[in-house]
Structure formats: C-alpha cells, structure tokens
Design a protein around this ligand. Structure first.
Ligand code: NDP
Length: 324
C-alpha cells in the first residue's frame, strides 16, 4: 500500500503522520503519478499550522516530480512513462497520487526529478513575481527579503540575469554571504542591521522601485518605507506571521505607493500561463543562469523534521523529500 504524510488536525510538525493510503484508478482527466521527489515549501507549514485553512484530514505538500503510471479517460497531455512535475496542488507528500493532468508539466531531459521538486513551486513563483507582478528591468533597484531561502535563492540569480540592482535581506552573516554569491549586490543581515537605514544608504535616499516581502508581520512597514515614490510593495508571504490590517492613508503619506498581495495559484490558473511560465523557468535553468540549490534532503517520512528545520530558519535554498 502506498504511504503518505497526513495530518488530521492543525498544529506543529508533530501532527504529521506517516500512514497507508488508498489510491484509486485515475478518474476522467486525471493521471496517477509515482513521486520520485517532493518539494518542501513554506505554504506547507501555513496549511499544516492552520494559518491557511484546508480540509481535514489532508495530505501535506504542494509540489512534486515523478513518473506517470496511468491516465484516466480523456487525458491526452501525458501518457504512462512520462517524466512530469507540478506545483500548487495539495497532497504531494506521498508515494503515489492522482492529479488533474492539466496541472502537470513535462520535464525536459536535462532536469532531474530532484531539481524539479526543488524548483517548480519556488521557480514559478519567482517567474510571476519578477516578470509579471512587476516586470523588473535592468537597473531597477529591488529589495528581496529572505534572500537565502528557497524562493530567494532562485530570485537573486534570476534578478542578476535581468541586470537589476538587488538588495537582499537574510537572518545571518552566512546567509547574507550565500545571497551575495547568488547575485544580491548587497545583503542586509536584518537580525543585526536596520533594513531601512541600509536601503536609504545604498540608494542614496531614493528607495527601491519594488520590494518583495515574504517575511510579513516583522518587515511589512519597513518594506513600505523602503520604497521610492510610486513604488510597488509585493507582500507574498507570512513567514513571521500575517500582516496586520493596512491603513491606506499610509500609502499616500509614503508617496502614492502601490501594494499587491499575489498568490501563485492565480498566476498559473490558466493552462497557457502555466506552460509559458514553466518554459521560461526551464529556460533560465537550462541556460545555467539559475542554478537550483538543494541544500536539504530528507526521506519522505521525515517530513516533520524538514518542517522543524524550515520553520526554525535552519535551511537555505531548497528542501526536498525523497521517496526511495
Ligand atoms: P524559505 O526557504 O524562504 O524559508 C523562509 C525564510 O523566511 C526563513 O529561512 C527565514 O530566513 C525567513 N524568516 C523570517 N522570519 C521568519 C520567522 N519568524 N520564522 C521563520 N522564517 C522566517 O521558504 P520558501 O522559499 O518556501 O518560501 C519563501 C516565502 O515565500 C514564504 O513566506 C512563502 O510563504 C512565500 N511564498 C509565497 C508564494 C505566493 O505565491 N504568494 C509562493 C511561494 C512562496 P532568514 O533566517 O534569512 O530570515
């Protein structure tokens, strides 16, 4: 019987249990895939903790890569034996699952299952953030928080490729060093340094055109203050806790700012958007401009330990779970 990491109540990493599951034949429009590797993302933590309400019981996880074993009626996009990967479909921490075939991307030969599991959700996120939410151009000053994390590591490299001036932030000197190696021109150790002062110093008081903030509660207001007039605040995560309600007048006082709170689901809802974004992601990886750093690997059943490390800020780059 296939196994999965399930949770029946919200809570800490310990609510996740290694269990047998039944996987029926794929229904119409579905494919059954056998995972080779599964990605670990901060959204998995929000869903497990109950910050994002999901049905109970649930299988954790939102990203995986593997081989198609069978397809249901009407499926033409993939066939048994295909190497595939996906992002943003809950129920990934398992050996075998059924999934809507239209959510699957065929993997190019030069991308391994491990790489795919480490980059689909994070890389597609970076694609929409820096190519679509705000189209970063050469010379733009960009602040990117948590720059040594999974999303941050891909973002720094991609932003370097675009010629942006990147001010990263991270929670230790070692993480800042990693962010700089990945393309951040500067990195502020926000446990030691004042972000706003450093951004003002680096930009000569002009501020940044766009701030990408996934830290949330702890950094939101500083991020707004780090923007140039008419700058864009992209609040895309809550690693330190959810952002409190916003007084819109603050946006006028700080210089006619824009704020958006985007989510990957919206940006890949259409199959055409998913295909275009994935092609662009595979392209930057194939070109060597973006390297996927898998800095933590665990057996699938050790997902609770992977969550402890991610929440404990002990990880850098991407984390994956291996099925065998
Ligand atoms: P990361 O690998 O970036 O891990 C999160 C990082 O956040 C930590 O390593 C830590 O880095 C930083 N952090 C700051 N404060 C805290 C805190 N109090 N507790 C824990 N971590 C903290 O995770 P991911 O790459 O998976 O995701 C990055 C962010 O992007 C997450 O917030 C996630 O929710 C968001 N996201 C949003 C998406 C969207 O579409 N809206 C899609 C994908 C991801 P440091 O120690 O350097 O501060």
């Amino acid at each position: 019987m296939p196994k999965a990491i399930c949770f029946e109540q919200f809570g800490g990493p310990e609510v996740m249990k290694w269990m047998d599951i039944e996987v029926p034949e794929p229904g119409p429009g579905e494919a059954r895939i056998r995972h080779k590797a599964v990605g670990v993302n901060f959204v998995d933590v929000y869903q497990r903790s109950g910050l994002y309400k999901v049905p109970l019981p649930s299988i954790a996880g939102n990203e995986g890569a593997g081989i198609v074993e069978a397809v249901g009626a009407g499926v033409t996009l993939v066939k048994p034996g295909d190497r595939v990967a996906y992002a943003g479909v809950m129920g990934a921490y398992c050996e075998v699952r059924n999934i809507k075939a239209e959510r699957l991307c065929l993997l190019p030969d030069d991308i391994s299952f491990a790489q795919a599991a480490a980059m689909m959700l994070k890389g597609l996120t970076v694609q929409y953030l820096i190519r679509r939410t705000y189209r970063v151009e050469a010379g733009d000053t960009v602040v990117f928080h948590a720059a040594a994390g999974g999303v941050g590591t891909i973002a720094c490299q991609w932003l370097r490729m675009l010629g942006a001036k990147v001010i990263g932030t991270a929670g230790s000197e070692a993480k800042c060093k990693l962010a700089r190696q990945n393309g951040a021109d500067f990195c502020v150790d926000y446990r030691r340094e004042n972000i706003l002062e450093r951004v003002q110093e680096i930009t000569g008081g002009a501020g940044a055109a766009v701030v990408y903030d996934s830290v949330g509660k702890d950094t939101f207001e500083t991020s707004l203050k780090s923007l140039s007039p008419r700058g864009l605040m992209v609040s895309f995560g809550n690693a330190s806790g959810p952002v409190p309600p916003l007084d819109l007048l603050l946006l006028s006082q700080l210089g006619s700012l824009y704020v958006t709170r985007p989510t990957l689901a919206t940006y890949i809802a259409q199959r055409s958007d998913l295909e275009e974004a994935a092609a662009e992601l595979f392209g930057v990886v194939a070109s060597g401009a973006v390297k996927i750093e898998i800095n933590q690997q665990y057996p699938l059943q050790d997902a609770p330990k992977a969550h402890q490390d991610l929440e404990g800020r002990k990880t850098t780059g991407s984390t994956i779970l291996l099925t065998d």
